[in-house]
Design a protein around this ligand. Structure first.
Ligand code: SF4
Length: 996
């Protein structure tokens, strides 16, 4: 490859120089520095370099080669072995069980996408040509995110396919809800029952009575299209037990609600908790962190627990939970005091003019004065204050702050769940972390951290429905106008208070009875037929929630369904195509398949086809305007075949795919069926510093510029920003800049939080008296080998991880007088659970921790949660508001078609702690604040492993206490329910943002 770049001094001396250290005025790139060549190309694609004299001869650049825009090499050649795609149709391996004889087995390799976490890694299914069954799953080396590497959960998909406990046919309850009397039913009966119920709700304009409540979506945009076609406001999610707090912290800064670090090219990486790498984008991110480290990056991890990630770090920072914001703001102050911040970036991109005009109107309106005010504002965040709050050493805080400052635009940072999800005001953790990225000017740079939308690609489907004309206050109640996602955990309370009811309720890969706080409130709701008239659990696996449904509908696992996914795994944009591998295999062999269930085991459906069928039955003649969205774009008036849905997207909505497919003489659909993923070419989808894209003159037609802020508006709506005389796209915020100062928070009732600041957590260390047995319980940490409550059908994963003892530091163990293996009682505000102790120095003193995956239960043997994972329990309401759970039998071997089920050696399958937690919805973000103040003591005489006790009356009082912390916005003169600019998943029409 040969590239010549000539770059003038303006660039070399300017703020954009730092992303490409060592670049000379005139540079010849060779095969050894392709990274620099690509970086130059990327920067040129950002139009902010237009004024710069650059000459590049791109004719010899093999851009289509396996090079990601961040400079990463796709590493097919680095894998020890990997079947080349030209042999995927007939790959031969020797049968390991026939050894020492050399018996050939012939496989068809069909790519799909893992469904066992959000990362959407590529898998390759090996279909044995002799048996027609999937033999195993391995990584797909041509997948841009995972590059052939998977965590344990990917290959364990084969366990889920072959699970002898899986549900193969639709089930309908016989007796009362929760009684466990299940009968096999037909899909026709299910579809007709729900179609009639939903049609009536739509026709009678009860459009807030249809709700789809999702745990793991596994797709991008499909269900939003379905619900939009129905015209209901019924999308509910699990997000406020997961990430809504972190999302809020990011959104309030930049209008996008997730971060995407370019770890591979960073010089310094700061992670707040290990949650990202042990559970969220685990494998693709972890790979790139190690790549960054191998190139010299330093890694710091704030986590009170020595996680897998912290164990790989250069700095393990076991902060007291909730104190992270204080530490981050102290680091921010050091950057300011020591002049380590990116002056020009701050001047250009922070909304300091708005801040000064609003809060300091009679003082000098200059950037330098803004900096002097910042120094005053954060003067209290000294290293000594941060050390006091967090328990870290002052010198460590100073050292890391300086390294962040020196990393400059190559500072990568990430927080997700964990600290943000544990604490009251956890959203300020994400906000304070992004502050460091702003100060270093590392937003969307090479080696920095981009907003997720810059590293993700969601292609548009054909015929997209308009927004619905209804606002569902069960999802977005007036008490939480800024909630980043739906107030999902409060649904049982709202229904109990009479705020509404549900005619049709779908839970989908979602297990709130087990996962959510106060699970007994969910049982009470689900068994109340006045509150929920009809409930179907769409799930590939039994769950505690499915037990209380009217219908249990078996849906395909990762290799038995279609989905389209894209994730911000690194600095690139790609799509991954999940596909039902046996259907594809049969079709390739000439067997006609109309519906995926014809190729799946039993009568396991895929959801895409379920929603198409259901929509046709809701609107059989098209008179409701629904059916047209589910008609073929190729065969007018005919029912949409699922293949046509994706075919249309691949042909029309993915830049570069038709061309790439044509080069291989394939159609776009055939290309995706063959390779399973596609990376959007870098020249069609740049990914760095997109805020710097300049607006063209036609973009400026009909706009006005606000003199003070430079914000460019059309009909009152911001569309760009003017900086130093040039018009840029900017960020999707009201000012189009990065909002250090949030007028939204001020206007919506939280003026004290208008700038990044520290909120003391509800579990602040001052609230704990260890001598009285009080500790902070971290109940959120993940094990890298399990999948929330969905891995009960994966025997290999349970073989690795099958207990969740309470981690206790030796100092605390001595105080409580316990040894590893002893039983303890952990008492929360509303009850207690009994579990075993694990003594370890891998946890900070004063804190105890219990993994959230384990402690699955079932009420009967033979049905209910998988026996690989669940204990048989007795669960009963024993008194007014009092629930008790007692384990009757731990996990036992059982007879089945799989001989491994008789070899189960683990007996205690964990303890269900979440039942004993009340709801703690953060009054601003709406996020459930998971951390608990608990009392830890030796188990009482009659206590047994797995015992759980809950007082639901106390739980309701705690709900009311936290509700009392909100500042409802019902009296706004403009009638707005929520700021119009803020993200709302499945967004209804702007008109219904206002109350009538
Ligand atoms: S990281 Fe997630 S998507 Fe990737 S293999 Fe593991 S479970 Fe599957």
């Amino acid at each position: 490859m040969s590239v010549r770049a000539r770059v003038d001094d303006v660039w070399l001396g300017g703020p954009l120089w730092s992303p490409i250290p060592g670049l000379k005025n005139e540079q010849r790139f060779t095969n050894n520095n392709q990274l620099q060549a690509l970086q130059v190309i990327q920067l040129i694609q950002m139009r902010h370099l237009r004024q710069i004299n650059v000459e590049i001869d791109m004719t010899e650049i093999p851009l289509e080669q396996h090079i990601a825009p961040g400079g990463e090499q796709m590493t097919v050649r680095d894998l020890a072995s990997c079947p080349p795609p030209e042999r995927w149709h007939d790959w031969v391996e020797y049968d390991a069980k026939a050894w020492p004889r050399k018996v050939e087995r012939h496989y068809a390799i069909i790519p799909t996408i893992c469904f066992n976490c959000e990362a959407a890694c590529g898998l390759m299914a090996y279909v044995d040509k002799e048996t027609g069954r999937v033999k195993k799953f391995e990584g797909n080396p041509y997948h841009p995110g995972s590059r052939g590497r998977n965590c344990a959960k990917g290959p364990a998909t084969i366990n889920q396919v072959n699970d002898p406990e899986r549900i193969l046919y639709p089930l309908k309850r016989g007796g009362k809800r929760g009684e466990g009397k299940w009968e096999r039913t037909t899909w026709d009966e299910v579809l007709d029952t729900f179609a009639a119920k939903i049609r009536a709700a739509i026709v009678e304009d009860r459009r807030d009575e249809v709700m789809y409540h999702v745990g793991r979506p596994g797709h991008d945009g499909y269900m939003e299209r379905v619900l939009g076609a129905w015209g209901v406001d019924g999308h509910n999610s699990h997000t406020n037990v997961c990430s809504s707090s972190a999302r809020f912290g990011y959104q309030i800064w930049c209008g996008m609600d997730r971060p995407s670090p370019d770890h591979a090219n960073a010089r310094f990486i700061l992670l707040i908790s290990s949650h990202l790498e042990t559970g969220h984008y685990f494998n693709p991110q972890a790979q790139r962190i190690i790549e960054g480290k191998m190139k010299g990056a330093k890694l710091a991890v704030m986590d009170p627990r020595l996680s897998n990630t912290a164990s790989m770090a250069d700095y393990w920072l076991p902060t007291w939970p909730g104190s992270e914001t204080a530490v981050l703001l102290a680091m921010a102050r050091i950057l300011l005091v020591e002049n380590l911040y990116n002056h020009d970036y701050m001047r250009r991109w922070v909304n300091w003019q708005q801040y000064l005009a609003s809060e300091h109107p009679i003082e000098p309106q200059t950037f330098n004065h803004f900096i002097s005010i910042l120094l005053d504002l954060y003067a209290g965040y000294t290293p000594s204050f941060a050390a006091h709050e967090s328990g870290l050493q002052e010198k460590t805080i100073i050292d890391i702050a300086r390294q962040i400052g020196h990393a400059g635009t190559a500072f990568a940072a990430h927080t997700w769940r964990a600290a943000t999800a544990g604490n009251l005001g956890g959203w300020q953790v994400a906000r304070a972390l992004w502050f460091l990225s702003v100060l270093t000017g590392s937003i969307g740079t090479i080696g920095g951290t981009a907003p997720n939308a810059w590293n993700k690609f969601v292609p548009a489907p054909f015929l997209k429905p308009g927004p619905s004309e209804v606002w569902n206050e069960l999802l977005y109640p007036p008490e939480y106008p800024l909630a980043n996602y739906e107030m999902s955990i409060l649904l049982p309370y709202f229904l109990k208070e009479g705020r509404g009811k549900l005619a049709a309720y779908f839970t989908r890969v979602y297990n709130p009875v087990w996962t959510n706080p106060d699970g007994t409130a969910w049982i009470e709701m689900l068994t109340n037929e006045q509150q929920i008239e009809l409930h179907a659990a769409l799930t590939p696996v039994w769950s505690e929630t499915a037990w209380y449904a009217d219908y249990v509908l078996p849906m395909g696992v990762g290799s038995e369904r279609h989905d389209l996914m894209s994730q911000e795994t690194h600095a690139a944009r790609w799509i991954g195509f999940r596909q039902p591998v046996l259907r594809v295999y049969k079709e390739r062999n000439g067997e006609p398949i109309e519906y995926t269930y014809q190729a799946n085991p039993g009568e396991v459906w895929e959801e895409d086809e379920f929603w198409i069928e259901l929509s046709w039955r809701i609107d059989p003649d098209g008179s409701l305007g629904i059916r047209k969205y589910f008609e073929s774009p190729y065969r007018p008036g005919h029912k949409l075949a699922i293949e046509e849905y994706y075919r249309w997207i691949f042909e029309n909505s993915v830049p570069g795919l038709p061309e790439a497919a044509a080069q291989e003489q394939l159609s776009p659909l055939e290309y995706m069926r063959t390779y399973g993923s596609f990376e959007i070419p870098v020249d069609k989808a740049p990914v760095f510093t997109l805020n710097e894209r300049e607006l063209k003159s036609k973009d400026l037609e009909g706009t006005r510029v606000d003199k003070l802020s430079g914000t460019i508006k059309r009909e009152g709506a911001p569309v760009g920003v003017t900086i130093d005389g040039r018009a840029y796209e900017g960020f999707p915020t009201p000012s189009r800049k990065l909002e250090f100062y949030s007028s939204t928070l001020k206007e919506w009732g939280w003026p004290e939080y208008a700038i990044p600041s520290y909120i003391q957590s509800h579990v602040h260390r001052d609230t704990m008296n260890h001598d009285m047995g009080e500790y902070l319980l971290i109940p959120t940490f993940r094990l890298p080998t399990l999948i929330h409550t969905r891995s009960g059908n994966a025997k290999w994963l349970y073989e690795i991880s099958n207990a969740n003892p309470v981690w206790i530091h030796p100092v605390d163990a001595e105080r409580i007088r316990v040894q590893t293996g002893d039983l303890i009682r952990v008492t929360t505000e509303i009850g207690y659970f009994v579990n075993r102790v694990w003594i370890t120095e891998g946890i900070r003193p004063g804190i105890v921790a219990c993994s959230h995956h384990l402690g699955r239960w079932r009420l009967e043997t033979g049905q209910g949660t998988d026996r690989w994972a669940s204990s048989l329990v007795e669960l009963a309401k024993v008194d007014d508001g009092i629930w008790r759970m007692h384990q009757l039998e731990g996990i036992q071997p059982f007879a089945s078609d799989d001989p491994d089920s008789s070899r189960i050696f683990w007996r205690e399958g964990g303890v269900h702690q979440n039942l004993t937690f009340p709801v703690h919805p953060d009054p601003v973000s709406g996020m459930h604040c998971w951390h608990q103040k608990v009392t830890v003591e030796l188990a009482h005489q009659k206590d047994a492993y797995g015992d759980v006790y809950v007082d639901t009356k106390k739980a309701h009082m705690v709900y009311q206490d936290w509700l009392g912390m909100t500042r409802p916005q019902t009296l706004r003169p403009d009638g707005l329910r929520r700021p119009l600019w803020m993200i709302r998943p499945y967004r209804p029409a702007a008109r219904v943002f206002k109350r009538d």
